[in-house]
Design a protein around this ligand. Structure first.
Ligand SMILES: [Zn+2]
Length: 163
């Protein structure tokens, strides 16, 4: 008989479709793992990242597949969209992994509202940590990222947008 902790562990095998170096637990996508008497089964609650991402459906399917791989064919996946996912739910470890792969992690507690108000936000270069960076494009390699360039080491990098 598996318990909730086992299931959390299994779910660490599920990669985020947008950023395969991160799993859905680190991303804060998995909100809850619960045994529900009404279903007489496990229910995994997920909140997908950016609602515009085509990856939304993939995450749900990948979680189902992972549960099935561990013999939990009857487990259910429940998707909740409210409250919406926020980059604040990402673990510190997830942010560190992003930095190591050259993607600037989201700046906590400073949603990209600044862009709307014309205030430029300081994004640190993940390579040399310089704050002298410029946004090249609102959209980077995926819609979830913006493309930046470092004015010191001159390297372009992706910034994981904060929401
Ligand atoms: Zn740099």
């Amino acid at each position: 008989m598996v318990n909730a902790d086992d299931i959390w562990k299994f779910l660490e095998e599920v990669e985020d479709p947008e950023i395969p170096i991160l799993n859905v637990v680190e991303m804060g996508i998995v909100r809850d793992v619960q045994w529900r008497e009404v279903h007489n089964n496990w229910v995994v609650t997920i909140t997908p990242t950016y609602s515009g991402c085509p990856a939304m459906k993939t995450i749900e399917e990948d979680v189902m597949q992972c549960l099935a791989d561990h013999g939990l064919n009857e487990a259910k996946v429940e998707t909740i969209l409210s409250p919406p996912w926020t980059t604040d739910w990402m673990t510190a470890e997830a942010c560190e992994k992003l930095r190591q792969t050259g993607i600037a992690p989201p700046e906590k507690n400073s949603a990209d509202k600044g862009l709307l108000m014309g205030v430029r936000k300081e994004i640190k270069c993940p390579r040399c940590h310089s704050k002298q960076t410029t946004m090249v494009s609102q959209f980077g390699s995926t819609a979830c990222k913006s493309l930046y360039k470092c004015n010191d080491c001159l390297e372009p990098f992706d910034y994981f947008k904060c929401i």
